[in-house]
Design a protein around this ligand. Structure first.
Ligand code: NDP
Length: 267
């Protein structure tokens, strides 16, 4: 029987997820199709999921938090984060997972990082904070406004407003988890970033697809710069593994092949 999967978000037309997942289905000779759906509100998500007869789904902006309540069970780190990006149907039960967190961590697992500063306090900052904490990396958060910092304060992460970062602070890795790079603006004052980069080894920006001011400044400061492209790939590998109950080590080389073709424009 044909199995159906979809990614839900708003906007969604740009999503490369169907290409990556359909490539895996094709290579593993699995009778399944993956499509995208423009969701305008999460209110009727559960109804739509069953109406379309889906076996699984991915959830992207801005529904990662609101769709969580449509699930019957939340597994793993998603319980702490309070946001999901992957749903698997088990009989008539929807089970929610967060694979963004592991998708991020796979980028940096081989690096020697003891402490990290996350810029931004939205959904992706939560995923990154908890996966780093699980791997015993100290995490501090900085945000331009106070409201979104409340979640992190309750969870006992050290938190600062942008203008309050201590002068003597020292972080191995600086992660831009704000949306600033979408408009190619810096998430903090240039002088503050230069000071942070002077002591750091790695800079990570969640955005991908074009060079951004944050990573350019990091490179100019002699810091290793990583963008969010592989995070997207790794979260998709983990999601595919959950959809198909196939080990991620078997999915990874296939999806990496699809990803390389996408980058080269041959898929
Ligand atoms: P949210 O909307 O949940 O949070 C955005 C955060 O950015 C908030 O803390 C906000 O501050 C801050 N912010 C927005 N604009 C600026 C700015 N100009 N300067 C400084 N701070 C700013 O977004 P997400 O956490 O879900 O996503 C963040 C980024 O990460 C997005 O660009 C998204 O596309 C990308 N992303 C990439 C992934 C990948 O696989 N590569 C996966 C997930 C996300 P405030 O609280 O004051 O509003």
């Amino acid at each position: 029987m044909l199995k159906l999967y979809a990614v839900f978000g708003d906007p969604i037309s740009h999503s490369k997820s169907p290409i990556l997942h359909n490539y895996v289905f094709h290579k593993l000779a699995i009778n399944a199709r993956y499509t995208r759906y423009h969701l305008e509100s999460s209110e009727h998500f559960r109804e739509l999921f069953f109406k379309f007869g889906l076996s699984g789904a991915n959830i992207t902006l801005p529904f990662k938090e609101s769709v969580l309540s449509s699930c019957d069970e939340i597994r793993g780190i998603a319980n702490k984060i309070g946001a999901i990006n992957t749903i698997v149907r088990e009989h008539n039960k929807l089970v929610g997972y967060n694979t963004d967190a592991i998708g991020f961590y796979k980028n940096i697992e081989s690096k020697f990082i003891k402490n990290a500063l996350i810029l931004g306090a939205g959904g992706s900052a939560k995923a990154i904070a908890y996966i780093l904490q699980e791997h015993n990396i100290s995490v501090s958060i900085v945000n331009r406004s106070a409201k979104n910092l409340e979640f992190f304060k309750r969870a006992h992460f050290p938190c600062f407003l942008s203008e309050e970062i201590p002068q003597d602070s020292h972080f191995d890795m600086i992660i831009n988890a704000t949306s600033s790079s979408i408009n190619n603006t810096l998430p903090l004052k240039e002088s503050t970033l230069k000071h942070l980069f002077n002591n750091a080894n790695v800079a990570f920006d969640l955005m991908y697809g074009k060079e951004c001011a944050f990573l350019s400044l990091a490179k100019d400061s002699g810091v290793e710069a990583i963008d969010g492209a592989k995070m997207l790939l790794y979260q998709a590998i983990e999601a595919s593994s959950l959809f198909l109950c196939v080990d991620s080590t078997k999915i990874a080389p296939i999806m990496e092949e699809a990803y390389d073709c996408l980058i080269k424009g041959t898929l």
